[in-house]
Design a protein around this ligand. Structure first.
Ligand code: ARG
Ligand code: ZN
Length: 844
């Protein structure tokens, strides 16, 4: 059944306060609730409905008198007074058998919760909607030593603990944890002098993997004070690491719960990429305390209100920590890989969706990452000062509210005087706009003409022009910048902008810093791209020039059987040799687009992508680069080695990254000599795994694969990498059989979402392996999605997006994917999550 944004109605009853008592037991946890309700003065509706799913209701009372509610699959109704009253209920639930990992469940003997979006209704009967906010008091009874919930600890004794959260919150921010845990403690003093106790709680044995997460937390707290003026608001902030978790992490008030992969790390067990991701997720969840918790969402259609803004904030933080240009490039790589793909296929939806069947299916790249891009555009349009004013007003006006996108835009209008009526279309219109650029030069006057167009998406055939900030700069033919970055505001379908007083025809640098989430079409030739790669002063566009050049070269290799032109190889060699460039930047510039990226590009050129042909072209380009750049790559490999102890900081990570890029090419030439030596000598996971990846990708490393498993068999997070790596670097024709063999192992604990993703997800991302013409990849993934859907619909439905780009491919592949999707969707016990995904992917 479909839920619509336009059908929103306010709740009939509001909650004054909630008191919960949990008597924990693996298969028979008792939850006693005492909830003070009052009629909502904003509505005349007096129907009393409480959500509740998979609950065993033992008793219910209103104002102390037993009542017999009308109970259905999704909740209960009951006659209720048109005046304040107290609801009391007792239910029984079974955390141990909860494999969906939603509501209260168990992971390695520890109790934990995940309530966003609609999991609280699996804990007790409640108006489980974010516009119902209340202070919670929670009592936990259990023999387990550590008992945690939201807010501040208020009392405890032998076998029980009580917590009180004074900040009214929606039920999706509720959390409870109980287990045999140890903590990594620290403290933080806020700007106004409040002393806060900090803890990261982990299973015994993981204590050594908390220091970096704690450091990232303290840096996040400081950053939010300095940049947004936001302070923490409780006496204690707890983070818990959990091995079985559907997503990355969750911002429960005062008690963030993390997938252990998103918080635990050490130099020996974690890569630089892991450190960077952990820093970003810690920041993200912490920043939610203001953007999400203090100001929450009125309903789930407004999800981007908290997620888009919080992603934008964590990106700003990461740019400050790791360097603006390099981080921006990484943001854009991720956006194109996931969000552009989503926007171009059957799952395209607006940043603020208008309908859904299962909200868990809308925790998407569009809501999160495009949602963040929309805020970045807003900031460019109103300027840094306007943005700061608007945000201050947002916190002042809406603290304690459950808000909407309309509220959000209104603070910008009120703070800056700018009319955002047209800008608002970014929230309602799906699809990636294409901006076509043509130019003209005569008599010292240069004219840029920009045309925008957005292709139809499911349910939206007509698209209106958007407000698109296009940052441009101009270079003269000898490479000097003659027009520094200026932001053109494209508001019409077609618009021209002129620049006067130019002594010669300039070379334009368009969409600097990736100022809008659009694609650019311009009849540039490789000479212009090569020029920009060498001369652009905007680091993003310098990289982008190299990227479009690589895509253009690869497309011609795939489509016309050409070989890599020397001019391209020379340009890349110049980048490799340019010691004035940051190593991290050089590493990004030397990386080639992958299979998925090229499939997107070739499809955009109007051709049906052949994953095998793409794979072969990429390999042949890698060989050409390795041969042409062998000398600078070999010296980079030596030059980028780091003496002294490991530091996860951005500077050293950049050097390791460049060294690894060099190694991945050199391994094609040296028979694996360098990688074998590095593997043997490595004292950190970045180098150990990088060396192993280079070996596997080039058909070496059988003994290293073995010794790695012997060395790390005890460490789940490291073994997830080991599973994944063998599949992501497998040759196309071996990827499925490798994945199949790995699923036969005893330690393939498929109900663990991380392990499942490390195999099934890795195969789906090995483009040429997944899309093998035999259809073996499709069948394998479909079988596992069916199995997982029965245990954990959320994780299965999320991974089903492996099939979302099916209409790009040839008729045979399309037929096989359609069959796979039909097989998944036609089961009598298909979950609501999966049914919705399959229906959307197959199209009406
Ligand atoms: N709010 C969490 C985050 O972004 C994500 C939780 C989503 N959970 C889910 N089951 N959909 O930080
Ligand atoms: Zn979030």
């Amino acid at each position: 059944q479909t839920i619509w944004l336009k059908d929103y109605t306010p709740p009939a009853y509001l909650v004054e306060s909630v008191s919960l008592t949990f008597a924990l037991a693996p298969r028979a946890t008792r939850v006693v609730s005492k909830i003070a309700f009052r009629p909502n003065p904003e509505t005349a509706d007096r129907s009393f409905f409480l959500h509740g799913e998979q609950l065993n209701l033992l008793s219910a009372k209103i104002d102390g008198k037993e009542v017999t509610p009308d109970v259905t699959e999704d909740g209960l109704t009951c006659p209720a007074p048109d005046a304040p009253f107290v609801w009391e209920a007792e239910v029984e639930i079974s955390p141990e058998t909860n494999t969906a990992l939603e509501g209260l469940y168990m992971s390695n003997g520890m109790y934990c919760t995940q309530c966003e979006a609609e999991g609280f209704r699996k804990i007790t009967y409640y108006p489980d909607r974010p516009d119902v906010m209340a202070p919670f008091t929670v009592r936990i009874e259990s023999d387990l030593p550590v008992l945690l919930s939201n807010g501040n600890p208020s009392a405890s004794g032998d076998g029980w603990a009580e917590w009180h959260d004074p900040w009214p919150k929606p039920a999706y921010l509720f959390a409870l944890v109980a287990g045999e845990l140890v903590n990594h403690p620290d403290r933080f003093t806020t700007k106004s002098g409040k002393d806060v106790e900090l803890n990261i709680w982990v299973r015994p044995g993981d204590e050594g993997k908390c220091a970096y997460g704690m450091d990232a937390l303290k840096r996040s707290m400081t950053w939010d004070e300095e940049v947004y003026g936001r302070e923490y608001d409780l006496d204690i902030f707890n983070i818990v690491a959990v091995d079985d978790f559907n997503m990355g992490a969750m911002e429960n008030k005062g008690l963030n719960i993390f997938n252990s992969s998103a918080v635990l790390c050490s130099p020996e067990t974690s890569t630089d990429a892991n450190f960077a991701r952990i820093e970003a997720i810690i920041a993200h969840e912490y920043f939610h305390n203001w953007t999400g918790n203090r100001i929450t969402c009125r309903d789930w259609f407004q999800l981007c209100l908290k997620e888009g803004l919080t992603v934008y904030r964590d990106q700003q933080f990461s740019r400050d920590m790791r360097g603006e240009a390099v981080h921006r490039i990484e943001e854009v790589l991720a956006l194109r890989a996931r969000q552009f793909r989503e926007d171009a296929g059957p799952l395209a939806h607006p940043v603020r969706p208008e309908s859904f069947v299962e909200i868990n299916n809308f925790y998407t790249a569009t809501v999160y990452e495009k949602g963040a891009e929309v805020i970045g555009m807003l900031k460019q349009l109103v300027g840094d000062e306007g943005y700061a004013k608007a945000l201050d007003l947002y916190f002042e006006r809406h603290d304690g509210d459950a808000s909407t996108i309309e509220d959000w835009l209104k603070v910008f209008e009120d703070a800056t005087g700018r009319d955002l009526t047209q800008f608002k279309r970014w929230y309602s219109q799906a699809g990636t706009p294409q901006v076509r650029v043509t130019d003209d030069y005569a008599d010292g006057r240069y004219t840029l003409t920009l045309e925008q167009e957005t292709q139809p998406t499911p349910g939206q055939s007509n698209k209106d022009p958007l407000v698109i900030p296009v940052a441009v700069g101009l270079l003269n033919p000898n490479g000097d910048e003659v027009q520094p970055t200026t932001v053109l505001e494209l508001t019409e379908a077609k618009q021209s902008f002129t620049f006067e007083g130019l002594s010669s025809r300039p070379v334009p640098s368009i969409l600097r810093g990736f100022s809008a989430p659009v694609t650019i079409q311009k009849d540039s030739d490789d000479a212009e791209r090569t020029f920009l790669l060498a001369h652009d002063t905007d680091p993003f566009n310098k990289w982008e020039a190299g990227r479009t050049l690589a895509k253009s070269v690869l497309s011609r290799m795939v489509l016309n059987g050409e070989t890599a032109p020397t001019s391209y190889l020379d340009a890349l060699r110049a980048v490799a040799r340019d010691d004035t460039l940051d190593p991290a930047f050089r590493s990004l510039a030397l990386a080639l687009p992958g299979g998925e990226d090229m499939a997107q590009s070739i499809f955009a050129l109007g051709h049906c992508p052949d994953p095998d042909a793409i794979f072969r072209a990429c390999r042949s380009l890698r060989d050409a680069i390795a041969a042409h750049l062998s000398e600078p790559l070999a010296s980079l490999y030596d030059q980028m080695a780091i003496d002294g102890p490991f530091s996860p900081d951005a500077k050293d990570a950049g050097r390791r990254s460049l060294r690894q890029s060099a190694l991945s090419y050199l391994t094609r030439l040296d028979g694996g000599e360098r990688a074998t030596a590095l593997y043997a000598a490595a004292d950190n996971m970045t180098e150990q795994l990088g060396a192993l990846a280079s070996l596997i990708a080039n058909g070496h490393g059988q003994s290293e694969v073995q010794s790695f498993a012997n060395q790390w068999g005890h460490d789940r997070l490291v073994m997830d990498k080991w599973f994944g790596l063998q599949i992501s670097h497998a040759q196309p024709e071996e990827a499925v059989s490798t994945a199949e063999a790995l699923t036969q192992r005893d330690d393939f604990d498929w109900k663990n979402p991380n392990r499942f993703r490390s195999v099934i997800g890795a195969l789906a991302m090995n483009s040429a392996g997944f899309h093998q013409a035999s259809g073996a990849g499709y069948a394998f993934v479909a079988d596992w999605l069916i199995r997982m859907d029965e245990a954990n619909p959320q994780t299965a439905a999320r991974m089903s997006t492996a099939f979302d780009s099916w209409r790009r491919y040839d008729a045979d592949r399309q037929g096989m994917i359609r069959d796979a999707l039909t097989r998944i969707g036609d089961r009598p016990n298909v979950s609501r999550d999966m049914a919705e995904m399959v229906t959307r992917m197959l199209g009406a």
